[in-house]
Design a protein around this ligand. Sequence first.
Ligand code: PGA
Length: 255
Amino acid sequence: MRKKIVAGNWKMNTTIKEAEVLVKDLTALVDEFDTDVDIIVCPPFTHLDSVARLLAKQYDEKEKIYLGAQNCADHTSGAYTGEVSVNMLKSVNCKYVILGHSERREYYHENSASLYEKIELALNAGIIPIFCVGEKLEERESNRHFEVVAEQIKDVLYRLKGAEMSKIIIAYEPVWAIGTGKTATSEQAEEMHAYIRKVVADKFGDVADIVPILYGGSCKPSNAQEIFSKPNVDGGLIGGASLVAKDFVDIVKSF
Ligand code: PGA
């Protein structure tokens, strides 16, 4: 059985006060039901410590919501102004880190070489990478989407050892669906998720069966159930809808 995961990517949203309200609202709603879904929130760096403290206060025994970051540095420490290391993330109880989000690839020129370094550093620190892949609109329209996604996986994940790959979460996020209100159909998502699993299996064999593959791109309460019903969709990476506590929790409940 693969893990079911719903992760909220808050992106560059919320002040610290707003983040605290959001996390309190979330814990209140999540405490009303039992779930086997791993729930993750990924606030901006400046809010991680406060959110970690609120979660620790709420869950002194069994955690129900885990903390993730939206990025990490590709070096361990030193003269890298503005960067945040995996050890810093670990020191605020981060268990996950989103890596290779299309916004970072596009606006901050992240490439496969630095993403590989980040993944290695995260894994060595015991932090689980949520590695994002996905094609742009013109790539889908020219029928290159499979090729593009396979390349993103091969360039980075094929360099890992099998034991490392078994810890990775993949998020398929078609760029044309992110923040656009345009969602991939559940068939399009399933088709790509099955393909991604095959690409992972070609190199890592059975490990592919345990790698969770999340869908991201305008996922919301009204479409989550349909998308999550597909056999190769193991959850979602949620942007906009993760900023509204009830919407995010309704997506968790869609499983
Ligand atoms: P969205 O973002 O849900 O707002 O489309 C998803 C993401 O970028 O992770």
